[in-house]
Design a protein around this ligand. Structure first.
Ligand code: WT7
Length: 656
């Protein structure tokens, strides 16, 4: 694995925190000591210090019915009040919450007082539309302030949001609306991307025409793209005609700490995305704590920017809930990094004097390719901390990030976590940890991680194994929406069902080096990671076979210089269709497009190869490992378990 090769080369590199940074750092050694001495007490302290409780909790963790955890469950809080009202009451109403910048260059600064006002109005509109506690609201919006407002308005009234990334197709949106039985969709006419307006409301219309449920009563539409859209007067409402005219008075009530906050769909090993469920008290505690400690947040002087879209968990935890709970000032940017020019991000850093930047290795690698002249034509001296998330960051990219973007001496933190974990689980703490490029390093205080062999025994020394979380943590997922059995099987029964074997299985491989630092080695299941986004091989395969030309399909994630992994598909065409198909290039193009329309552009395969056979074992299981060898241009590995051992030669000749 590339990570290991780099590792051998880079292992000598260590970066001590500078004494100046350490002296002002939010986190200190005491956090680790406190968490080691009394893990639950540590989290209870964080919950009390970082959040406002309408009713204080007396119980920290109820783990009497694993894997269904309850944190702080006799306490009550309101998430929106924690992110907004309490800051205004503390005199921070004039602090900018969001420096928003649209892709065409329009800008809005929104203070905490203004954001609070807008969320109260939106909460009143939702209530008028009949949205009550526990009702599901689907949010399908571009990166505009209304996305943040919509999420917080749901939280304020105890409704459950399900944000669907704006790049997902009508089919993907429909299945998510259906699964959650949403009663309202909040969308925009369109948003800006790469200099053009991409339509959203038309996709919602298409999705709703598909859903059988008819659970959606209304569609609330923000005007953004000003593109032409159809209007269903019985169902559709404009945001600017409802929210703007609603009352800005709204008294929020406290909800139980285990009241659900959101569902977020993510890909698993089967074709059907899982609706990951998060609740309020524990989630907000851990996102607020990690946002503060990992990013060394000084809210009175920092300008923070996380480049993730709110459609992903990073956007939920580190654009919306963490930063706002901590009263941070942050940048929210609608568009792509290279529009209208390749220095757009760096121009934004310069304009707002961004001091903390949190982004993904794939973005760093594509900037690396373009060269340092682009960032260096802007003033980046405001930056004092850099973060990375989504996939392993190779040491070269880490070093480039630190030197070219960070000027050579500021900390870079590589943060490992997942949609399911809700918040950062493994990361250096700046000012404390000696940094090691390429390694995510150590569990955050209060989190217990181990690396086990397949049989559940500890691994020997520095051998690779499976990453597990051995103790419940506050922001852990509470389940898969509507499917408690899948929740248990997928995450908690990897090593058997005996209580002492029940541990959270993350799906990642990892190893620990001689210093105890953790190196992530990629997924061990059929989940791919493309540009830091999770994609399921099974989901793309079923999309491919849904096309009338395709008889069979196998999909692998192949190493890619920029995106980490890329989707590579191998398909067998139906014999009856072979005549209809003109050239194989066309087939490949048609199928690539088909996947993009069915799932979303992020799932579009880099390559689709038409082959006559797929490598299968005697029991009929496709050996994706061999296809991956082929896709990565390597010599094909051990083929002895194939039903027909000569098949790989045939396939190779068809691929080249
Ligand atoms: C998967 C989770 C967490 C927000 C973004 C992705 C991979 C994530 C790292 C990292 C190595 C990482 C893992 C994980 N991953 N961060 N710092 N180093 N791998 O969330 O879509 O739920 O995907 O992303 O494979 O399981 P997600």
């Amino acid at each position: 694995m590339t990570v290991q090769i780099d590792h051998a080369l880079e292992e000598i590199r260590r970066f001590r925190p500078s004494p100046e940074f350490a002296a002002q750092a939010v986190a200190d050694e005491h956090l680790y000591e406190a968490a080691r001495a009394d893990r639950l007490g540590f989290w209870a302290d964080q919950a009390r210090e970082l959040l406002r409780w309408e009713k204080p909790f007396t119980r920290t963790l109820d783990w009497s019915n694993p894997p269904f955890a309850k944190w702080f469950d006799d306490g009550e809080l309101n998430v929106a009040v924690n992110c907004l009202d309490r800051h205004v009451e503390a005199g921070l109403g004039d602090r900018v919450a969001l420096h928003w910048e649209g892709e065409p260059g329009d800008r809005r600064d929104i203070t905490y007082a203004e954001l609070t006002d807008e969320v109260k109005r939106a909460a009143n509109v939702l209530t008028e539309l009949g949205i009550g506690e526990q009702d599901r609201v689907a949010i399908y919006l571009p990166m505009i302030p209304e996305a943040v407002v919509a999420m917080l308005a749901c939280a304020r009234i105890g409704a459950i949001h399900s944000v669907v990334f704006g790049g997902f197709s009508a089919d993907s949106l429909a299945s998510r609306i259906d699964d959650a039985e949403a009663s309202l969709v909040i969308t925009a006419d369109g948003g800006y991307r790469k200099g053009k307006v991409f339509p959203l409301k038309p996709v919602v219309d298409e999705a709703l025409a598909k859903t059988d449920g008819g659970t959606v009563r209304n569609v609330l539409v923000v005007r953004r793209g000003e593109n032409e859209i159809d209007w269903n007067a019985e169902r559709d409402l404009w945001w600017h005609e409802t929210v703007a005219n609603a009352s800005n008075e709204h008294v929020a009530k406290g909800f139980d700490a285990e009241h659900p906050l959101f569902i977020l769909y993510t890909s698993g090993t089967t074709g059907k995305p899982k609706g990951i469920l998060h609740t309020t008290g524990g989630y907000l505690t851990q996102v607020a704590f990690t946002h503060k400690a990992v990013f060394d947040l000084h809210p009175e002087r920092d300008v923070y920017w996380c480049t993730a879209d709110v459609g992903w968990i990073t956007g939920h935890s580190y654009v919306v809930y963490g930063p706002l709970a901590n009263a941070a000032t942050q940048v929210l940017y609608e568009g792509t990094p290279d529009t209208p020019h390749p220095g757009r991000w760096w121009e934004i850093v310069e304009r707002y004097k961004v001091s903390i930047l949190y982004t993904a290795p794939t973005a760093i690698r594509s900037f690396m390719k373009m060269g340092r002249q682009i960032p260096h034509s802007f003033n980046l001296r405001s930056l004092r901390l850099l973060g990375s998330v989504g996939e392993p960051i190779n040491p070269e990219a880490w070093i480039w990030y630190r030197h070219v973007i960070g000027g050579g001496s500021i900390p870079v933190v590589d943060t490992w976590w997942q949609t399911e974990t809700g918040a950062i689980m493994i990361s250096a703490l700046p000012g404390i940890t000696d940094l090691k490029p390429g390694s995510a390093q150590v569990p955050v205080p209060g989190v217990s991680i181990d690396i086990l062999a397949d049989d559940g025994d500890p691994v020997d020394g520095e051998n690779g194994g499976l990453l597990v979380v051995t103790e419940p943590w506050p922001s852990m997922l509470r389940g898969i929406w509507g499917d408690p059995e899948r929740f248990k099987e997928t995450y908690w029964e990897k090593f058997g069902t005996a209580p002492d074997k029940s541990m959270y299985f993350a799906g990642d491989g990892a190893r620990r080096d001689e210093d105890g630092d953790i190196w992530l080695l990629g997924r061990v299941d059929d989940v791919m990671n493309v540009s830091g986004h999770r994609l399921s091989t099974a989901e793309i395969e079923s999309s491919l076979v849904a096309h009338p030309w395709t008889a069979e399909a196998a999909v692998v994630g192949a190493a890619d210089e920029t995106t980490g992994q890329a989707v590579v598909a191998f398909v067998i065409l139906k014999q009856s269709q072979e005549e209809a198909v003109s050239t194989l290039e066309d087939v490949s193009e048609v199928l690539r497009k088909h996947v993009a329309t069915q799932i979303g552009a992020i799932a579009r395969p880099r390559q689709v190869f038409v082959v006559n056979e797929l490598p299968k074992t005697r029991s009929g299981k496709i050996m994706r490992r061999l296809l991956r060898d082929l896709a990565e241009g390597r010599e094909v590995g051990d083929t002895t378990t194939l039903a027909d051992t000569s098949i790989m030669q045939v396939i190779s000749s068809q691929v080249r």
